[in-house]
Design a binder for this molecule. Structure first.
Ligand code: PHE
Length: 446
């Protein structure tokens, strides 16, 4: 569907927005990053903090972003111009969001490329039943050590992403998300069922459910917050952009609520799939970023038909990553379509190519992926989220916000949202930023 500046495309239905926004939220953040962050941060205590962050930060800020998009019918930069005048300094927040989209997409595509690599290995018999954790780790190490394999997989993933964004709002994003999301949930449920019925799985449940207060540090709190933004695609305008395709008659609040429920539910499902298996198969929960890629296949390959389970799992992860990546490219594409009158085709292809080249840095240089992840998680998203909540709380016309709450426990919900978005959220987010500056490290060390 061609998109012109005068007639902006819209979701075909209320569920269209919910599915697409949930598709953006649910991705590597839930299935790859959430278990490894929880595993590194003591499990249950991290999960508790994460849920608190979802409630006090995620929920109000996602509503704010969707609201800004819907009210402005514009991309992250155009939104601030539309709501605060053409010379508004708040535009900088939108620019940062577009920049964050570039940064995230370039390393996201590399990690998603690992899924393609593992799918290939499952199909071609590289993974064999009974492979030990060490053997799987060696296969993973070999893959990330090869510029050719990694570059190829990363390139392939980017081509898929660009292709879907090219198809436009309805035919592309909405249709894909509607097909992929149920598949993802069913596959995760199957894995949870399998994991929980293994002997020794209960230790994994305990790890997730029994809080160990000795694991609570300032760092854990702040990690949980960062994960909350990343997982809900907040702080850089992805939700704002999807909100801008929302129809006037749909409400930002109810729809956003369901997106948060789905995203959080799937992260927890991923946890319930990962940790019982990690413990049942004698693995370590704090294996770091390699947790999913090293430990899970090792667990799968102990199962009967494990190569098929591995195949299903990495297809699932690839699909989830794809629906997130298209939202990242959509932020950049929408910006250049709206602000520079670029065609969808030119914008998607050009910026997909640029992100591919930026991502190649991760393929060549070891620490580059960590650097980019740090840049977005510790700086771009928190700063973005801080200013988005300040704008929505203190600058945005009260009337515009109020309308979105109509019909949903009107007074209480609006009051709670206003309090969160004006006071609680900005203060809490400030803590994340101070952490990125190392203030807490200094306090806790000494
Ligand atoms: N939320 C996505 C995930 O969990 C990642 C993402 C972040 C997507 C920011 C868009 C914007 O994988």
């Amino acid at each position: 569907m061609a998109e012109t500046q005068t007639s902006r495309s819209h979701w075909g239905s209320r569920i269209g927005f919910i599915l697409a926004a949930a598709g953006s939220a649910v991705g590597l953040g839930n299935i790859w990053r959430f278990p490894y962050m929880a595993g590194e941060n003591g499990g249950s205590i991290f999960i508790l903090l994460y849920l608190a962050c979802i409630l006090f930060l995620g929920l109000p800020i996602i509503v704010a972003e969707v609201m800004l998009g819907k009210a402005s019918q514009s991309n992250p930069v155009g939104a601030f111009k539309a709501l605060d005048g053409p010379r508004s300094p708040w535009q900088v927040v939108g620019f940062m969001g577009v920049l964050a989209a570039f940064v995230i997409l370039s390393f996201y595509s590399v990690v998603a490329g690992w899924c393609i690599g593992f799918i290939y290995k499952s199909v071609t018999g590289v993974f064999q039943p009974g492979h030990s954790a060490e053997e799987v780790a060696a296969i993973f190490g070999e893959m990330v050590g090869s510029v050719r394999t990694q570059g190829l997989c990363h390139g392939l993933f980017m081509i898929l992403t660009v292709g879907i964004v090219l198809a436009g709002v309805r035919r592309g994003l909405e249709r894909w998300t509607e097909i992929l999301m149920p598949v993802l949930i069913i596959l995760l449920l199957l894995l949870v069922g399998y994991g929980l019925t293994r002997p020794g799985a209960m230790a994994g449940l305990e790890f997730m459910l029994k809080p160990d207060p000795s694991k609570l540090t300032g760092r854990t709190v702040l990690d949980a917050m960062g994960q909350c933004f990343f997982s809900l695609s907040l702080g850089m305008g992805a939700m704002l952009t999807y909100g801008s395709y929302m129809r006037r008659e749909d409400r930002a609040v109810g729809s956003s609520f369901w997106v948060v429920v789905m995203d959080t539910g799937i992260a927890l499902l991923a946890g319930f799939a990962v940790f019982p298996m990690v413990f049942a198969f004698g693995q370590q929960p704090d294996a770091g970023p390699g947790l999913v890629f090293k430990t899970m296949p090792a667990a799968f390959l102990q199962m009967p038909g494990g190569t098929w389970v591995a195949l299903a799992f990495f297809i699932l992860l690839l699909f989830a990553a794809l629906t997130s990546a298209i939202s990242l490219l959509e932020v950049v594409t929408a910006y250049f379509i709206d602000e520079f009158g670029m065609s969808r085709r030119t914008a998607a292809v050009m910026f997909g190519a640029i992100c591919f080249l930026m991502g190649m840095g991760c393929v060549y240089g070891d620490g580059y992926l960590g650097f980019l992840d740090n840049l977005q998680g510790n700086f771009l998203l928190p700063v973005g989220a801080l200013f988005i909540s300040l704008f929505a709380g203190w600058k945005l016309d009260r009337q515009i916000a109020q309308v979105e709450f109509e019909g949903q426990w009107y007074g209480v919900a609006f009051g709670a949202w206003r309090w969160c978005i004006r006071i609680a959220a900005p203060l809490l987010v400030l803590l994340v930023i101070l952490n990125a500056w190392g203030l807490f490290d200094r306090l806790f060390q000494g």
